[in-house]
Design a protein around this ligand. Structure first.
Ligand code: CA
Length: 227
């Protein structure tokens, strides 16, 4: 369930916002002062934040800026004053959208849903980055199955890729040739562990730096150190 944080000091407005969003199946948390709102936004992971600007203890701009230092959660600013909306529009406070009070609640719902969907897409794209393995000039992208060495693409065959990715995603562990063969080629494949050696040789020819260490008499490992 998507979680929405509303920071709003006017109870009746917060109630209307909450009601409309809950009908849409969203989970809503309301904080009626700025500091508590900010703390919540920083400590918990919301999918979207609806932020009032005129709060008794802390202004919404400051909250918005502070959240942006650490999070990219979509923020919709709500304000009754048009000059504030102009300010939001003109300056980079990091808000994603703004709505002026009084507003039509269904308009708010529509904007919330649009931003949730957009954020979801952005997170989806960054999914590749989060699975990426980067180590000393080498970058492996498992979803698009691409490999870069010093930002230049290296073209491996499918099995070469699988082999390198398998070892790189289990760093510092030694795998025997047989184990690697079973993992990468599958239990029922024909061939033998010698295939692994041949493929490793090809990988070493294609990537200028040797990332795979041969552990004599035992097998191979992709060594990753902190330096
Ligand atoms: Ca207010």
């Amino acid at each position: 369930m998507k979680r929405i944080l509303i920071v709003e000091d006017e109870k009746n407005i917060a109630d209307v916002e909450r009601d409309y969003l809950e009908i849409e199946g969203l989970s809503v948390t309301v904080e009626n002062n700025g500091r508590k709102g900010l703390t919540r936004a920083e400590e918990e992971d919301f999918d979207l934040i609806i932020l009032d600007i005129m709060l008794p203890d802390m202004d919404g701009f400051e909250i918005c800026r502070t959240i942006r230092k650490t999070k990219d959660t979509p923020i919709i600013i709500v304000s009754a004053r048009t000059e504030i909306i102009d300010k939001v529009r003109g300056l980079g406070f990091g808000a994603d959208d703004y709505i002026s009070k009084p507003f039509d609640p269904s308009e708010l719902v529509a904007r919330v849903k649009a931003h949730l969907a957009k954020y979801e897409r952005l997170k989806g794209k960054s999914g590749e980055n989060s699975m990426e393995i980067c180590y000393k000039d080498l970058r492996i992208q498992p979803l698009s199955r691409r490999i870069f060495y010093r930002e230049e693409e290296v073209f491996l065959t499918a099995k070469e890729f699988d082999l390198l990715y398998f070892l790189a995603s289990n760093p510092n562990r030694v795998f025997a040739k047989d184990a690697i063969f079973k993992k990468v080629w599958g239990m029922d494949s024909f061939g033998d562990a010698g295939t692994v050696v041949v493929h490793l040789t090809h990988i070493r020819e294609k990537i200028p730096m040797d990332y795979i260490e041969t552990v004599r008499g035992v097998g191979y490992r992709f060594t990753m150190t902190d330096e």
